[in-house]
Write a protein that binds this ligand. Structure first.
Ligand code: ZN
Ligand code: ZN
Length: 247
């Protein structure tokens, strides 16, 4: 499989359990030959999230540095079974080009299958959400069939997150199962590092091996190719011009 050209999920020290600046992340991305990077810090309601103004003001950051396209993003937290995320209004609509929606503690209990399923189904109705983050991670089980079919129907992307492999064998197994079903349904995926330090950017060994082992078609892995990813972002921009502000 060819190499990933765009990092789609990384944190900066704006999230207080991450340790590098935007500039350090971008510089490292350039050093390892990436062509694009999405900066995706946590939304305001997570314990270490950035305030709403941080997100609405992100367009101050350069579009490109060191030859790397910088996409302004967020990793929003899904807050309830109705799929509400912790970004809305200008924080969501003004500057962001790429929005990951993920479940984090403590909003959902580990065994609350119905609420987690409902949360994923509803969050996919949000036109500003691009991708479901680390849904293979071990803590939250859901109706995989219903959720992945909804992703197909709504055009959402599923993330294959390297960091999820650190959560044990069950998570790794779940990531495989999800990816197999995504392949059958022809759902686009992205491979991401979820780096919390610049040196971890571009570390996708296990996520990439997974997709190689199941022969995931490269044309459905959005961030293998910079042009394809960038075209997605431009199409998103055009589409959202017509959307009402989603609150
Ligand atoms: Zn996360
Ligand atoms: Zn993350």
């Amino acid at each position: 499989m060819r190499s990933v050209e765009v990092e789609t999920h990384c944190h900066t020290n704006v999230s207080k359990h991450a340790y590098s600046t935007i500039l350090e992340n971008v510089r490292y991305a350039a050093e390892i030959g990436l062509k694009g990077i999405c900066i995706t810090d946590h939304g305001p309601e997570l314990f270490d999230g950035a305030p709403p103004y941080y997100f609405s003001n992100l367009n101050l950051v350069s579009k490109e540095m060191y030859g790397v396209r910088i996409y302004k993003g967020a990793e929003a937290s899904i807050m309830d079974k109705n799929g509400r995320i912790d970004l809305s209004g200008k924080a969501l609509t003004r500057s962001l080009e790429w929005v990951i929606a993920s479940i984090h503690l403590p909003e959902f209990e580990k065994d609350d299958f119905a609420s987690v399923t409902s949360a994923y189904l509803h969050v996919m109705e949000n036109p500003y959400v691009d991708v479901i983050g680390h849904c293979g991670r071990g803590d939250w089980l859901f109706d995989r069939e219903k959720v992945l079919k909804k992703a197909k129907e709504t055009g959402k992307i599923i993330e294959i997150n390297e960091h999820s492999f650190d959560s044990g064998d069950e998570s790794a197994h779940r990531c495989y199962e999800i990816a197999r079903r995504c392949k059958a349904l022809e759902i686009p995926v992205v491979i991401s590092s979820d780096a919390h330090f610049s040196g971890a950017i571009g570390g996708y060994r296990r996520a990439q091996t997974l997709l190689e082992e199941i022969a995931y078609p490269e044309k459905w892995i959005l961030n293998l190719d910079f042009s394809r990813f960038d075209a997605y972002i431009e199409a998103r921009r055009q589409r959202l011009k017509k959307e009402p502000v989603f609150t």
